[in-house]
Ligand binder design. Structure first.
Ligand SMILES: [Zn+2]
Length: 523
C-alpha cells in the first residue's frame, strides 16, 4: 500500500514556477498542475492537505554549518553579545560556580563591544579560573583564548615556535599571552571534544529544532569520524529529521569508510560528500588572507593556513577518493590561491566547493569564470559583519558578498549560515540576500545593486544547494523530486521572507511530517 498525499488550496512554488496543486507518493513528487489535473492523478484513499491560502516551497537547505560545534556551543559557556571585556570574567565566574569541575569551554566572544577593540588575553580568565582548563573561542571559531593551565598541559612556552598555518599570541617579552589563532587551535581541540563528545540525544534535539524553521537538509563540515558515527546511528533508527550531507575534516578523512552505501541504506538521509579544509582565517580576528593590508591594521594582511603545494594535494587526494573538496577561502588572496589549486584539477563527481568566497574583486573574475566551483556563501554575514567596511575600507568592501554580480556571471551560489558563527535560520539569510541591510540599516556591503530577487534568494537555499550536492532531485518540487517541502503562512515568496521563521506552518521531509506548528486557541 502506497502512501499518497495531495496539497491543494494554495500555491506551490516548485523552485522555478508556480502551480495549484501537488501530489506526493512514497516520498516523491508524482504529479503537479491544476487542482483538477492532480485530483485525476490521485489514487483512491489519498490523504488531503488543505493549504488555506498558504504557499508550499521546496524544503530549505543550509549547505554549510557544523552540527557538532552547534551542539557544543549550546552546551558550553555562551559569550555572545559582550559589551565590555570585564563581562568575560563575570560570565566565567557564574559558569564556574554552576559547573564546579572539568574543563570550561565557551564560544562567541568578539571585540566589537570593547572600548579599546583589543582581544582578551589569559589575564582576563586567570583571575577567575586558574586551576582547570579554560578555552574560550572567538565567535568565528578562528581564534581562542586559554588560561595558563591549558598552556602548561599543551606545553607552550616562550620558546615554542608557531605551528605551520597558526600562531600563538605573545606579550611584549615573548611569553604566551593565551591567544591562539588558526591551526594553533588544533592543540586545544581535545578540551572541547573531551568536554562535549557527540551526543545522539542532543544532536537529535538540535536537528528537530531546525525542522521547525523549514529546514529539510543540511551540509555539515569538518565532520569527525565520531560525529559521523552518531549521525549514522540516528539515520538507521529513522531519527534524523533533517537530511545530512557530510564533508569530513580533511586531516581525518582517510579514517572513514565513506562508501555511498549510506545513501542506499538510509533512504538518502545521510551521506558523505567531501572533505573540508581551510586556506585562511576570518575577517573578525583579521586572519583572512588579503592581497592588500587591513584598512584598520595596516601592518597585517592576514595569512594563508595552507601552502600552494598542500592545497593542490587536498584537491587531488579528495577527488581521487571520489569526493569533493570544500575549501574555506574568505580573503581575496586565499580565494585566488584556492582557484589556482582547483584550476585544471581532475574531474570530480560534482562541482568543487569554495566555502565563503567573501571578497571577490574583479581581478579574480577570469580564473573564477574558468574554474566555476560552487560558491557556498553566507548571506547572513551581510548583517553580522556590519563592521567589515572598517576592516576593508569602503572601496574594497564593495566587492564583499557580491551575490548579484556572481549570479549574473552564471556562478552557482549556495546559501548557508556557517552556524555556530551565525544562527541556523535560513530566513535571516533570505532577508539579507534580498534587502542587503539588517532592519537597522547595518550592512557589510549595503550596495542595493547586489540584492537578489526573492526567487533567486530561495534558489540559493533550495535548488542551487541540491545541484551543489549533485542531487538534482533535492531542493526542487518538480515531478520525481524528493518530497521535501515547507508549508508557509504567506501568499507569496516576498511576504514569506518578510514574516521570516514565523511563516513556517509545517515541514515535510521525504513525504513525512517533521514539524507542524501547534494551533493557538481560536485559530
Ligand atoms: Zn564553517
Amino acid at each position: 500500500m502506497t502512501e499518497a498525499r495531495r496539497f491543494t488550496g494554495g500555491r506551490i512554488f516548485t523552485g522555478r514556477r508556480f502551480v495549484e496543486a501537488l501530489l506526493v507518493e512514497d516520498g516523491r513528487v508524482v504529479s503537479l498542475g491544476s487542482e483538477e489535473e492532480v485530483a485525476r492523478a490521485s489514487p483512491a484513499g489519498c490523504e488531503g492537505e488543505d493549504l488555506s491560502g498558504g504557499l508550499v516551497a521546496p524544503g530549505l537547505v543550509d549547505a554549510h554549518l557544523h552540527v557538532a560545534e552547534v551542539v557544543r556551543a549550546e552546551q558550553g559557556l555562551p559569550l555572545e553579545g559582550l559589551r565590555a571585556r570585564e563581562e568575560i570574567g563575570e560570565r566565567l565566574q557564574r559558569w564556574a560556580e554552576m559547573h564546579p569541575a572539568g574543563p570550561i569551554v565557551g564560544r562567541g566572544w568578539s571585540v566589537e563591544g570593547f572600548s579599546d577593540g583589543e582581544e582578551p588575553t589569559r589575564r582576563d580568565i586567570e583571575s577567575v579560573v586558574a586551576d582547570r582548563p579554560v578555552v574560550l573561542y572567538h565567535v568565528s571559531g578562528h581564534a581562542a583564548i586559554v588560561n595558563g593551565y591549558v598552556l602548561d598541559v599543551v606545553g607552550i612556552t616562550a620558546g615554542s615556535p608557531d605551528p605551520p598555518g597558526g600562531r600563538w599570541g605573545r606579550g611584549p617579552d615573548g611569553t604566551p599571552n593565551g591567544r591562539l589563532y588558526e591551526r594553533a587551535l588544533g592543540a586545544v581541540a581535545r578540551f572541547s571534544s573531551g568536554a562535549y563528545p557527540p551526543d545522539p540525544r542532543a544532536i537529535g534535539r538540535t536537528l528537530r529544532s531546525w525542522a521547525a524553521l523549514g529546514v529539510t537538509t543540511v551540509g555539515t563540515l569538518n565532520t569527525d569520524p565520531e560525529e559521523l558515527e552518531v549521525l549514522a546511528t540516528l539515520a538507521k533508527s529513522g531519527d534524523l529529521p533533517v537530511r545530512v550531507r557530510a564533508y569530513l575534516r580533511y586531516a581525518r578523512f582517510s579514517e572513514v569508510d565513506f562508501g555511498r552505501r549510506l545513501d542506499a541504506a538510509e533512504g538518502g538521509l545521510l551521506s558523505v560528500r567531501g572533505t573540508k579544509s581551510f586556506a585562511d582565517g576570518a575577517f573578525g580576528p583579521r586572519t583572512a588572507w588579503l592581497s592588500q593590508p587591513y584598512a584598520d591594521r595596516p601592518d597585517s594582511a592576514g595569512d594563508s593556513t595552507l601552502g600552494a603545494a598542500e592545497l593542490a594535494e587536498v584537491v587531488e587526494r579528495t577527488v581521487s577518493a571520489g569526493l569533493v573538496p570544500a575549501v574555506h577561502a574568505i580573503g581575496d588572496r586565499a580565494l585566488g590561491a584556492v582557484l589556482h589549486a582547483m584550476d585544471g584539477a581532475s574531474p570530480a563527481p560534482t562541482p568543487l566547493r569554495v566555502e565563503h568566497a567573501a571578497l571577490v574583486p574583479p581581478e579574480l573574475y577570469s580564473v573564477l569564470d574558468r574554474v566555476r566551483p560552487a560558491l557556498v556563501v553566507q548571506p547572513g554575514f551581510v548583517w553580522s559583519d556590519g563592521w567589515l567596511r572598517a576592516r576593508l575600507g569602503p572601496e574594497r568592501a564593495r566587492f564583499a558578498y557580491p551575490f548579484r554580480t556572481l549570479t549574473e556571471r552564471g556562478h552557482l551560489l549556495i546559501g548557508s549560515s556557517d552556524a555556530p558563527y551565525d544562527p541556523v535560520d535560513p530566513w535571516r539569510g533570505l532577508a539579507a540576500a534580498v534587502h542587503r541591510t539588517d532592519p537597522e540599516g547595518r550592512s557589510a556591503n549595503p550596495d542595493p545593486g547586489e540584492s537578489l530577487s526573492e526567487e533567486q534568494a530561495f534558489q540559493l537555499y533550495t535548488s542551487n544547494a541540491g545541484r551543489g550536492f549533485g542531487e538534482a532531485d533535492l531542493g526542487t518540487l518538480e515531478v520525481g523530486a524528493r518530497a521535501d517541502l515547507v508549508v508557509l503562512d504567506a501568499p507569496d515568496l516576498g511576504r514569506a521572507i518578510d514574516r521570516g521563521r514565523s511563516a513556517v506552518r509545517a515541514t515535510w521531509r521525504g513525504g513525512e511530517l517533521t514539524y507542524r506548528r501547534e494551533r493557538k486557541a481560536g485559530e
